[in-house]
Design a protein around this ligand. Structure first.
Ligand SMILES: [Zn+2]
Length: 383
């Protein structure tokens, strides 16, 4: 019961800049004595601090309370092309951030060094401030219990990396892990465009393809925490072999890696182009580049239509590097959705582009740590 009341107070303080004890008594419907005791205990544990007094309005001036502005949270997001890191306050406002590029075939030790470099940077000049934890968004398969990145199809040298042990060992800060598409979805739920939405899907369209499914307000994880692998659903049974070993996966056709490979095969360019370059070629009138992007959009649209038919979401959020291609890709996605989605469900769904940008995954990893303090109702299961 005490924890339940504590969470009411903490979350009200998260949603408001300052509140007095009287405000908290009114908004929680708890009695004044309970609030006094809760605040005493939260000040002792350091999560709540005083912030001066409200101007007097007749009676005694009320002491203002706030979340400890010196509590910090870190989120890291490991992708196939970059590592992004943020350090935020208790409300998710970014104090500092850093992004370092990597390549899909980069050596494991080099990736670890870059992760440490980002953390060193984020932890510079924090003085007496307290870091509550580090959230780590990892691609592929994760052993959450032991804090190990087990396997990532899009990072060829990234296997069995004991990331928690490495980071906790060096920084002495707790480390939590989650799949990178899911942290992008979590960021939308906690900070982004789906705060008050119970049923939504975030499509992570990047070097790999994933999704985060929020069903009745809760992140869907599945029986063995593997739910959401939309990239490995079959959209063309006679299609290409995917890096997961199966034939015809969405990711084998439309990921950043696949698009780059396809252009290489069809146009035989003098060197390998990445998606950003191929997108630029398409904009400049390169028909091969345009065709590949349109086909990719079609298959993403088919997969999205299947999700709409299966889950009847209120919102679909498109996020990830491929969305930077812009209208050419998005128009063919929408056109395929219109063709293949069940019309009744299609009428109910709204499409959005993430506004969290390159730090969406890192912000979601940050929210994973915040969950340990604020216990968001959208997360279930041990991490
Ligand atoms: Zn696959």
């Amino acid at each position: 019961m005490k924890r339940e009341n504590e969470l009411k107070v903490l979350n009200l303080l998260r949603e408001n800049e300052f509140l007095s004890r009287v405000d908290l008594t009114h908004q929680t419907h708890l009695d004044a004595k309970t609030i006094t005791n809760l605040i005493r205990s939260l000040m002792k544990s350091g999560f709540v601090k005083t912030a001066g007094f409200n101007p007097p309005s007749g009676g005694r001036p009320a002491q203002k309370l706030q979340l400890n502005p010196d509590d910090l949270y870190i989120g890291l997001d490991l992708g196939a092309t970059h590592i992004a890191g943020v350090i935020t306050n208790s409300k998710g406002s970014i104090n500092n951030s850093k992004n370092i590029e990597i390549s899909a075939d980069e050596e494991k030790d080099s990736i670890i060094q870059k992760i440490l470099e980002i953390l060193d940077f984020l932890l510079t000049d924090i003085q007496h401030k307290r870091v509550i934890g580090i959230g780590f968004a990892s691609p592929g398969i994760i052993d959450r219990q032991n804090g190990i990145s087990v396997y990532a199809a899009n990072l060829s040298n990234w296997q069995n990396v004991p990331i928690r042990q490495i980071l906790q060992g060096k920084f002495g800060i707790p480390v939590l892990m989650e799949d990178c598409s899911r942290t992008m979805g979590l960021a939308e739920k906690v900070f982004g465009c789906c705060k008050d939405v119970d049923n939504f899907i975030l499509m992570d369209l990047g070097f790999g393809i994933g999704c985060a499914i929020f069903n009745n307000g809760v992140l869907h994880t599945g029986a063995t925490f593997d739910a959401g692998e939309i990239g490995h659903t079959i959209v063309n049974s006679s299609g290409k072999i995917c890096r997961c070993g199966k034939r015809g996966c969405l990711e084998a056709i439309v990921s950043g890696f696949a698009i780059s490979k396809e252009y290489e095969q069809r146009a035989s360019p003098a060197r390998v182009f990445d998606v950003k370059e191929i997108s630029g070629l398409a904009a400049g009138g390169d028909v091969v580049a345009q065709d590949i992007i349109k086909e990719s959009g079609k298959y993403i649209g088919i997969a999205t239509a299947n999700l709409i038919n299966l889950l009847n979401p209120e919102i679909i959020v498109f996020a990830g590097g491929l969305t930077k291609i812009g209208d050419l890709l998005l128009q063919s996605i929408y056109s395929a959705i219109n063709e293949y989605a069940y019309q009744d469900s299609l009428k109910a769904v709204e499409f959005k582009n993430s506004v969290l940008g390159d730090y969406g995954g890192a912000l979601g990893a940050d929210a994973l740590v915040m969950d340990k303090v604020f216990e968001f109702s959208c997360l279930e299961g041990k991490r």
